[in-house]
Design a protein around this ligand. Structure first.
Ligand SMILES: N[C@@H](CCC(=O)N[C@@H](CS)C(=O)NCC(=O)O)C(=O)O
Length: 433
């Protein structure tokens, strides 16, 4: 698959739609069997018309009410093929084969995998090779609020006080799943500049057009976060870890809080070590569960995820943050996954062994970081829930967004966490924690 056709969030354009529909239409009442699944009229043959679905086919419009004409066509066709009632076994097995085949095609576009069905995240294309030459407004940040990788950049930008120096444009998942820019919504909760809206730097309609402005063009994955070099009119970087490192220490001349250091030299190695644990086990680990395309791949991913969470739970029973008493980049990286855990990963990505709230230390740690001034304002739980449940169509074809867990209400997250008691302890090393 070409890089341009793959999308780990979801993707864009094309009007072809899946032959399988999650239409709520009840099966015609002439059937004496209670329906389990329904088939859209054009899918009553069990052949799959076009298996070359493109990623942009994941568009997941809100389910439409059944039309009486489609019901009667379905009734007539079913009567023609099977007599007055469609055998439910046949119905289920045909729909299951068709759906499984279509699901495999869609998943291969959404989430590239190796031959055993394990999710293989494509590497970021634009890495920061050296220092950036900062001037206020010389860099522009593109983000999407559901995205945990973009969220890292927003947290560090806020903690360093880089809001004026590095303006942000907030993209939304489009109807087709790619990132697009829309008119800002009406007044809502005060979130400063972290509201989905227009492209403030390049005035483009979507992120693909922005990437395409770079010299030589671009046809690969258009991911957030993306740091745009305004003067060179080019992508400076689209790897979140590089972006948070440069925000932490490369723009101090522009930062309102240059004294905040989330990667002090004496902790750099330990931060890197934790990242080597957190990235595969948790940050990418939840995606490896959700995007697994075989039972074996899922089983291995879910075991590794919860094994890593158990290890982190133990570490955080003795240490306020991962590297001791002070917040570091490693904590930021862990936080943006933890804060999405019970909202989306536990349910949608089948990270089901435990909920985050069942880990007392991880739960307290997540609330501790949420309560750091300016962090809560970077978290938009409605945008997160919408982004995942409404736009990852192959994982949630019914398009139903579950209720927000009570533990993620703003007030609940501001409950005391009592983690200050751990502050003076443990600046130990990672090895054998
Ligand atoms: N390794 C990248 C991953 C970024 C990423 O996968 N972003 C997703 C959103 S969570 C995205 O924009 N996907 C769009 C696409 O793949 O087309 C990073 O850490 O910055």
């Amino acid at each position: 698959m070409s890089s341009s056709s793959c999308s780990s969030w979801c993707s864009s354009s094309s009007s072809a739609s899946s032959p399988i529909s999650a239409s709520p239409a009840p099966f015609p009442s002439t059937s004496k069997f209670k329906p389990i699944l329904t088939i859209a009229p054009h899918a009553t043959t069990t052949t799959i018309p076009k298996m070359s679905l493109k990623p942009r086919d994941f568009h997941n419009p809100a389910p439409q009410p059944p039309s009486s004409s489609s019901s009667s066509i379905l009734t007539a066709l079913s009567a023609l093929l099977f007599g007055p009632s469609l055998p439910p076994g046949l119905l289920v097995s045909s729909v299951r084969s068709a759906w499984t085949a279509a699901w495999r095609v869609m998943m291969s576009q959404l989430a590239p995998s190796d031959p055993s069905g394990r999710y293989a995240r494509p590497a970021s294309r634009f890495r920061l090779a050296g220092p950036v030459a900062p001037r206020p407004g010389g860099l522009h940040l593109y983000v999407g609020l559901p995205c945990p990788w973009a969220h890292r950049a927003l947290v560090v930008r806020a903690l360093k006080g880089l809001e004026e120096a590095v303006p942000v444009s907030v993209a939304s998942p489009g109807a087709d799943g790619s990132w697009e820019f829309r008119d800002p919504p009406g007044p809502g909760p005060e979130r400063g500049d972290l509201v989905p809206g227009r492209d403030k730097a390049n005035k483009r309609r979507n992120l693909r057009e922005v990437y395409g402005l770079r010299r030589g063009g671009y046809s690969g994955r258009c991911t957030v976060p993306m740091l745009w070099d305004v003067d060179r009119s080019d992508v400076a970087c689209n790897e979140s870890y590089d972006i948070i490192k440069v925000f932490n220490s490369g723009l101090n001349g522009l930062a309102r809080n240059p004294e905040v250091d989330l990667s002090p030299p004496e902790l750099e190695e330990e931060i890197e070590e934790w990242n080597r644990v957190i990235y595969p086990g948790v940050n990418n680990g939840v995606y490896r569960c959700g995007f697994a395309q075989s039972q074996e791949a899922y089983d291995a991913a879910v075991d590794e995820l919860f094994g890593t969470l158990d290890r982190l739970e133990d570490r955080l029973s003795r240490s306020r943050y991962l590297c001791g008493s002070g917040l570091t980049l490693a904590d930021v990286c862990l936080f943006t996954t933890l804060v999405r855990f019970d909202l989306v990963y536990n349910v949608l990505f089948k990270c089901t062994k435990k909920k985050l709230v069942e880990y007392p230390n991880l739960h307290g740690y997540m609330r501790d970081i949420y309560q750091v001034p300016k962090v809560a304002a970077t978290c938009d739980f409605d945008a997160i829930m919408d982004g995942y449940y409404r736009f990852l169509f192959p994982l949630n074809p019914g398009n139903i967004k579950p209720a927000m867990p009570a533990a993620f209400a703003h007030n609940a997250l501001f409950e005391p966490h009592d983690r200050e008691r751990l502050s003076s302890q443990s600046r130990g090393t990672l090895v054998n924690t």
